[in-house]
Structure formats: structure tokens, C-alpha cells
Design a binder for this molecule. Structure first.
Ligand code: PEP
Ligand code: MG
Length: 765
């Protein structure tokens, strides 16, 4: 006999209202689960309703039932994939079967008395896309299950997941055994993208909506809220696409197009509205649809689907924010928050309360991701590629994030906590010792060395004060361009430059003009695939061939510096003509500003960034056109040794302390000195104590590096006998050795080096 369930009262809203009433009653956990199954069966007109929860072992244990034999509760369990319940769990999808016994997956558990039932419906209980259990309904009669009935059960399952996880249903000791709220220590190995070690509490960047805010008082109001939020969401996506509001580090154009498509996708919108109609709050509806998408798409072997999931999830998060009146997803951060997220944009990171954030753990991310750059600038550890971590962590868990080794510890054991406490203490003592060295860098034999900062973000400017640096030797301007969806406008460029100068006060800031191309890609620029990007169309080559962009930037810099001194340098110059052409463009912009009556800088200094070997041999032919030279040793050495700095297989193959490289560096410094042109070195070699010592020994008295290297280099300088080292080096620059490093370490104090530098650089045998 086949019949439809026209006898059902099946008013889902009434069911939800009664669920809420039930939750308000004080009773023990088992009673509460039992009452829930009674309620589902009665209200939705089923003969049986059961809740199976997943244990650690993966087994699905019958935890409550209305209609099956009560004696089998906590006695019967199914393995994942076993029976229809196991099938629902494995597929993480609802299943409706008219005649359960005919289904190939049917497995009889006689102790439950199941034989007497025909129609079976099972829906997964999901939380954060992870299976918590299975909710089932059965009837004695064979009947066609309506789509709405499945919807209702899914809604109930979602609420169940939240209330189970919140501890309202199952008491703590029982919970430890069930895999609902997790308690086991977990360790994830990912990539260390910003250094440092942090201990704190987990803050999930996609928080669950929370059990107290799931059931709506009035579905009509809720639908109206949802519609308003959807409208605002669509408008914001359109706005971003039109380039009106440029989100710093927002999604790319392609992604925005996908967002627009999804935001207008009737299927998605309908599913949200359906969930609201059933009695959920708009937030809970978003969460439910997100959960289903996640469970479905995460199982897909096709990366295109998983990519689509990422877009949908991001869109859902944005919608939640609109529902929240635009508020952040992270309202009240604890004092020592460690953010765990799938991914995070740099703009979102800059929005975080820096005083409370201790670290960032991402399921995605990469070393060169913008989030990593911002984390470094903020001085907080960031570990990426921690796949699956978001689903394993719970809000409020104890977390250790190790940005040195790329580790994430969730709910670590006490011994692990103790070990890390010791490590953190040692690290902070070292940091403290460096922080105390805030005075000028003076060598053992009394030479003053200027130490400046390499930065790329406004927030890094606080390091000037923290480190006592002499100024900013390299401000990488391209970051603002890389994270921007459209070309930053004149005033937004100018605003940043002005703020940087304001933050520097009397200290000089050297702005490096756009160094795009190679691995530095701007989202608004069409990407071209080049056979050798590092040797390709980048930096000044782009600036001179398409002068609009560079001219615009120079104009912004000139305006921002009104009445103050302005230092600008051009990257990747390979010929004297390039330098002269760049300088000419700058002069023209200066005249343009003057003619227009704009306030111009009080004084300008135009510099050459020496990054090509060709320029090292031609510097004297252009020195009349430059006010200073800055050696970009990262690029200079990659071109000198023909070893790609991005390729870990070759980037460390050659030693900059080789006589050939040192001869080149010495030549540049000597030509500049002979022409009274200030010269400094920026790039990684200036940041390493031993290499920095050698540069000083070659005659460089100005070095620029990232903030956390200033302390160690300054300490090295205080123990360095410059004269001794200069003599030692002068006698060896024509050595046939591959590198002077072993000889230098062997000579040690004889070469004027401080003892701790020798100790920190074990000799190469
Ligand atoms: C360099 O090349 O040495 C340098 C400082 O510039 P960047 O690392 O930004 O290329
Ligand atoms: Mg460079």
C-alpha cells in the first residue's frame, strides 16, 4: 500500500517552537534527547524518530528513539557505511526510501524491532560540514516522502547539531566520548609564513551561529531581514565590480563575477528562503545551506567544485555580515585570540584588533600571500596550509601556533604547553634585549652605522619608534597596488604616502616606485605569462614603457610630500638611459605640480636602485643623475649568480661572501664614495649579522632591513672592529676560494668579528 502523508500536521514552525520550549525546560541530557525524538515523531507524524550520534571510533550509536525498542538505546551501533544510517553518514546527504528492507544497504538490527517499519528517511546531523550523527524517521506504512518533510528533518538536524555541541543535550562526561565537541589534542603541520610563537584561544573566523539564535520568533520578519541582507549583498558585489569601493585585498574580478552569479542564483536564494519559512532565523538559514553545500562539495573529487565551495562560503560569510548590520564576524575577541580561518584577506586582517590577536592559522594561504605579508608587518605568527584544521577546532579551545616550524596544536597536552612556555619565554627575553638597544649603532672602534627599515605597509611604521631605526631605507610601494582590485586612485595613493611621512616625522623615508612584474602581480593588471618572469617586463621597464602608471605615482608622491623632503628611487635600472629617463619623468611631474600651483616638496632626492650587474659596471656613467644609490642585493645577487631567488633549489647555492660578489659590491661602494654619493644596501644580506659585518668592512655605512633584524645587527655592530675587518677583507678579495665564509669564521676575532657572531655561524667543514 502506497500512500502520501496527507495526514500530517507537519507544521514545521510549530515543531520548532515546541523544540524551543523543550530546550527551556531543565532536565537531564538523556531525557532531553528522548523528548526531542518524541516531539519529532508526534509533530511530523512519524512512527519512529531516532538520533544516532557518532563516536570517536566512527560508529554511530543509537542515543535516543521514539518508536524503536528503548532497550537498544546505547546498545546498538552501526559502522560508517553500515545499513541505511551508515549510508546517510557516509554520503552526508539525506536519504528517503519507501521500502527500507528492499534497499541493498539495509542491515537489520533485530534488537531494535525495526522489521515492522517500511519507509525510512535519514538526514545527516552536520556541524561545520562535519558529521555529528544521523537523525532518522520511519513509518509502518509504505509512503512517499515529501520534499518538505526532508527539509523539516534537516532543519531539526541542524538545530540538534548546535544544541548538542553547546552541551545542552549531552553532559560533559558523555560528550568526551562522543565526537561532537572535540577534546582530543590535535597537531597539524603546515607552512610557516610569518614567524613567532603564540599561545591563546581559538577564534573561528566562520563562527557557528550559536544555539540561542536559531529559531525565529516571526518567519515573516525573518524573511524580510533575509531579503534586505541579500539586497545589500548584491549591491556590495555590484559596487565592488564597478570599482566604486575598492576593498583592500578583496576578491579578484573573476571571483566577483562568480559572487554576482551566486548572489543572484535563484536556487541558493530559494533554499535560504525555504529554511526561513520553516522557522529558522535568517542566520541559521545561511548556516544550514552553507553546511549542506560544504558537506556535498567537500566530497567532490573535482577541484572546480571545491573552488566553487570556497566562493559560496565567502558569499555566505558576507551575507552573515549583512544580517549583522555590517558588523564583523568577530565581535568580542578574547585578549589572546588565535584566529583560525579557511582564508583571510589582508584588508580583513588590518581590521582586526591588533592588541588582541596573537596569531593566524589558515587552511589555505602561502608564503607570498598578502595575508602573510600583513601578518609579518603586524608582527604576528601566521601558519598556512593547515587543511582540515577549521573543522577540528572549537571556539575557545587552547591553541599553540608555531610560526617557526609551521605547527598548529589544538587542545595541546600539558607537557606541550610547558615546553612552549619555556620557548616563548626565551624568545621574549631575546626580543626584550634587542628592544633595549634603541640607541644609534656604533661599532667597537667608534664608527656610526646608519640602520634603516625595509617596510611596505603603514602599520609597520611603528617599528621606527620600536627599533630606533634611522629612517625607512626602502618603502615598497607596490603592496598597495597588489592588494587592490582596481588601480589605486591618485588621492588614495597620496593618502598612504602622506601617512607614511607623517608617521616618520623627521626621519627620512625612501619610496621605491612600483616594482610590479615577475612574481609581484597586481590584480587589476592583465597577467601575461612570461618564460622568465624575473628577467622579464618588470619594475622600471614597465614604468617607462607604460608611463601613465609611473607618472601617476610620482604625482601622488610629490603632492603627498608638499613642503617636506621627498626621497624616491627607481628599481631594476640596467642602463644609464633608463635612470635618466626616469629622473626626467620625475622632474616633469615636479614642474607640472609647480605650474598647477601645488605645494611642492621642500627638497627632493632621486635615487638609483642598483639591482643589475650591468649597472654595477656603469654606475659612474650615471652618478651625475642620482642623489643616492641603494643596492638591492636580493636582485643583484640573483642576476649576478644567475640563480632564481624564488627557486629554493638554487637560491642558496651560491654564497654572497664569495670574493667575486664582494669585489662587485666593493666596486659600487668605492665609485659612489669617489663621487661623494651616499650609498646603502637593502636586501636580505644587510639583515644577517655576519653578512652585514662584511658589508660594513667593505665600507658601507648605511644598511636597510626589516624591523626584527635591526636588534641583532645592531648588537653585532657594537662588538665589531670595523678597521680590523676592512684590512682583513682587503687582503683577501682576490682569493681563489668559492667563499670567504669559512676563512672569516676561522679568523674570528682576528678579523674583528664579535664572538657571538662567530658562535652563531658554525664553521663549514
Ligand atoms: C632587492 O632586490 O634587494 C630589494 C630590496 O628589493 P625586493 O626584495 O623588493 O625586490
Ligand atoms: Mg629588488
Amino acid at each position: 500500500m502506497l500512500r502520501t502523508n496527507d495526514h500530517l500536521s507537519a507544521d514545521p514552525r510549530r515543531l520548532l517552537t515546541r523544540m524551543r520550549q523543550l530546550m527551556a525546560v531543565q532536565e537531564n541530557a538523556q531525557e532531553r534527547l528522548d523528548h526531542l525524538t518524541d516531539l519529532i515523531a508526534e509533530e511530523a507524524g512519524w512512527d519512529v524518530s531516532s538520533i544516532y550520534l557518532q563516536r570517536r571510533s566512527g560508529a554511530l550509536e543509537l542515543c535516543a528513539t521514539h518508536g524503536l525498542d528503548g532497550a537498544s538505546v546505547h546498545k546498538v551501533s552501526l559502522q560508517p557505511g553500515e545499513g541505511l544510517v551508515g549510508l546517510v553518514a557516509r554520503q552526508a546527504r539525506p536519504l528517503a526510501v519507501e521500502n527500507a528492507q528492499d534497499h541493498p544497504s539495509f542491515s537489520l538490527k533485530p534488537e531494535t524491532g525495526e522489521k515492522a517499519f517500511h519507509t525510512f528517511v535519514g538526514v545527516p546531523i552536520l556541524r561545520g560540514g562535519r558529521l555529528v550523527g544521523v537523525l532518522t524517521a520511519q513509518s509502518r506504512e509504505v509512503r512517499v516522502t515529501q520534499e518538505e518533510e526532508i527539509e523539516t528533518l534537516q532543519t531539526v538536524a541542524m538545530i540538534l547539531a548546535e544544541i548538542i555541541a553547546s552541551g545542552d543535550v549531552i553532559e560533559a562526561e558523555e560528550m568526551a566520548e562522543l565526537d561532537v565537541r572535540q577534546s582530543r589534542a590535535e597537531r597539524f603541520q603546515g607552512g610557516a609564513y610569518s614567524s613567532g610563537v603564540a599561545m591563546g584561544v581559538a577564534v573561528l573566523y566562520e563562527p557557528h551561529v550559536g544555539s540561542e539564535h536559531l529559531i525565529a520568533d516571526d518567519s515573516k520578519d525573518e524573511d524580510a531581514r533575509l531579503q534586505t541582507a541579500l539586497k545589500a549583498l548584491r549591491a556590495s558585489v555590484d559596487d565592488m565590480l564597478a570599482g566604486g569601493r575598492v576593498p583592500l585585498g578583496g576578491p579578484t574580478r573573476d571571483v566577483l563575477q562568480a559572487y554576482r552569479m551566486f548572489a543572484n542564483d535563484q536556487g541558493w536564494v530559494e533554499r535560504l528562503r525555504e529554511a526561513v519559512k520553516l522557522g529558522l532565523t535568517a542566520e541559521a538559514a545561511v548556516e544550514r545551506v552553507r553546511n549542506e553545500n560544504r558537506a556535498r562539495l567537500m566530497k567532490s573529487p573535482d577541484p572546480i567544485f571545491r573552488e566553487r565551495l570556497h566562493d559560496l562560503e565567502d558569499l555566505a560569510s558576507r551575507l552573515l555580515r549583512h544580517l549583522d548590520g555590517g558588523a564583523s564576524l568577530l565581535p568580542d575577541l578574547p585578549e589572546d585570540a588565535i584566529i583560525i580561518a579557511r582564508n583571510i584577506g589582508p584588508a580583513e586582517m588590518l581590521d582586526l584588533d591588533r592588541s588582541k590577536i596573537r596569531g593566524i592559522a589558515l587552511e589555505e594561504g602561502s608564503a607570498s600571500s598578502h595575508a602573510a605579508i600583513v601578518a609579518k608587518a603586524m608582527g604576528i605568527p601566521l601558519v598556512g596550509r593547515l587543511e582540515g584544521s577549521l573543522d577540528r577546532a572549537e571556539e575557545g579551545d587552547t591553541i599553540i601556533l608555531d610560526g617557526e616550524f609551521g605547527l598548529l596544536h589544538i587542545r595541546p597536552a600539558n607537557e606541550v604547553i610547558e615546553t612552549y612556555k619555556e620557548r616563548m619565554l626565551a624568545l621574549s627575553e631575546r626580543k626584550q634585549a634587542y628592544a633595549e638597544l634603541r640607541g644609534p649603532a656604533i661599532s667597537l672602534d667608534g664608527q656610526r652605522i646608519a640602520l634603516s627599515l625595509n617596510v611596505g605597509l603603514l602599520i609597520e611604521m611603528t617599528q621606527l619608534e620600536e627599533t630606533g631605526a634611522d629612517g625607512v631605507g626602502l618603502f615598497r610601494t607596490e603592496f598597495q597596488f597588489m592588494v587592490s582590485e582596481t588601480l589605486p586612485r591618485l588621492d588614495s595613493q597620496g593618502k598612504i604616502y602622506k601617512s607614511v611621512m607623517d608617521a616618520a616625522g623627521d626621519k627620512p623615508v625612501i619610496f621605491r616606485t612600483l616594482d610590479l612584474g615577475g612574481d609581484k602581480v597586481a590584480q587589476f593588471a592583465p597577467s601575461t605569462v612570461e618564460p622568465n618572469p624575473a628577467l622579464g617586463w618588470r619594475a622600471i621597464r614597465m614604468g617607462l614603457d607604460r608611463p601613465g602608471l609611473l607618472r601617476y605615482q610620482l604625482r601622488a608622491l610629490i603632492r603627498a610630500a608638499a613642503g617636506r623632503s621627498l626621497h624616491v628611487m627607481f628599481p631594476m635600472i640596467a642602463t644609464p638611459w633608463e635612470m635618466r629617463a626616469a629622473r626626467e619623468m620625475f622632474e616633469r611631474e615636479l614642474q607640472h605640480a609647480e605650474h598647477r600651483g601645488h605645494a611642492i616638496p621642500s627638497d627632493v632626492k632621486v635615487g638609483l636602485m642598483l639591482e643589475t650587474p650591468a649597472m654595477a659596471w656603469a654606475v659612474e656613467h650615471v652618478i651625475d643623475a642620482v642623489d643616492f644609490v641603494s643596492v638591492g642585493a636580493n636582485d643583484l645577487m640573483q642576476y649576478f649568480f644567475a640563480a632564481d631567488r624564488q627557486n629554493s633549489r638554487v637560491s642558496d647555492r651560491y654564497d654572497v661572501l664569495s670574493p667575486s660578489a664582494l669585489t662587485l659590491l666593493k666596486r659600487v661602494r668605492d665609485v659612489c664614495a669617489a663621487h661623494d654619493t651616499p650609498v646603502s644596501v637593502c636586501g636580505e644580506i644587510a639583515a644577517k649579522p655576519l653578512e652585514a659585518a662584511v658589508l660594513i668592512g667593505l665600507g658601507y655605512s648605511s644598511l636597510s632591513m626589516s624591523g626584527n633584524n635591526i636588534g641583532p645587527v645592531k648588537k653585532m655592530i657594537s662588538g665589531l672592529d670595523v678597521e680590523k675587518l676592512t684590512h682583513w677583507l682587503a687582503a683577501r678579495t682576490d682569493s681563489p676560494a668559492d667563499s670567504l665564509r669559512p676563512l672569516l669564521l676561522e679568523a674570528g676575532e682576528e678579523a674583528g668579528l664579535p664572538l657571538d657572531v662567530i658562535d652563531a655561524n658554525p664553521q663549514i667543514q
